[in-house]
Design a protein around this ligand. Sequence first.
Ligand code: MTE
Length: 320
Amino acid sequence: MLIKKPEDIRPSEITPRQVYQDRRRFLREMGVATIAGAGLLPVVADAGQKLPGARKSAYRVDDKLTDYKYVTTYNNFYEFGTDKSDPAKHSQNFRSVPWTVAVDGEVKRPARYQIEDLLQKHPIEERVYRLRCVEAWSMVIPWVGFPLADLIKRVEPTSRAKYVEFTTLHDPAQMPGQRPGLLGAGLDWPYIEGLRLDEAMHPLTLLAVGLYGEVLPNQNGAPIRLVVPWKYGFKSIKSIVRIRLVEKQPVSTWMKSSPREYGFYSNVNPAVDHPRWSQAAERRIGEDSLFSPKRKTLPFNGYADQVASLYAGMDLKKFF
Ligand code: MTE
């Protein structure tokens, strides 16, 4: 295939700025579902592309929302580097369209879905959740998505399905953090996470496709990521390509990299410190400075009423 360099392109072949701007505006105003239906989805999702049709839901905390600026520039996405500013810088040309998610394993109806299929089948809603990172900071984010349970029910788990394993795209050509080098994070790729089936089926567990009413920015895990608000942020795996129902407890990337520090459950728990630092308090990004008094971290990140019963009778120091 011949790819033209800029100096090979004649001026008459260049689309005038006004025309492509109008085309982009047109695509945005049409809405994602219609665009997909017409086969017009752009190859790279436009940052800021509106995600219409999300109804407000009752799942919202009262805390002040974290500014969009911080939500989209202070990120952990090691596939694009380990610095908080790396994902926003190095994911801009990441191709999240087209995208397929395989849902398979211990299910009666394994399937591969295009994102557009998922959006057509599952009504989306806005949910304001706290996200608590294991690094002792937090944010409050208006996600847009649908419950993971709805997708899992669709594929009909067999009686052997006990856990769910999630996998992020492995594409070192696009993800510099997956290559050796300056941005290399040294993890075992692809990024893997897991949940127990009842955690995955819990109504709080969300598959997010957007935030702040827009398509997910690449740095936040485009085009589809998990959000599990009562667990540390690393459980909320980004840019998912596979959801596999399995019989045995999956081994997540972080458990593999440091089993002493990261357990399978990783529920937010102020009473169980990380071996190298306390989990008792947190800093709210964009609001608290390094010198502000820290906020107390709440058990299960404030969602104890909804989820504590999932762990009745378990020693949460042992199953951290
Ligand atoms: N998913 C993948 N694939 N790679 C990652 O490095 N980082 C996790 C999680 N999901 C990560 C990931 C961590 S540590 C956190 S705190 C959240 O994403 C951060 O999500 P945000 O950048 O959208 O706030």
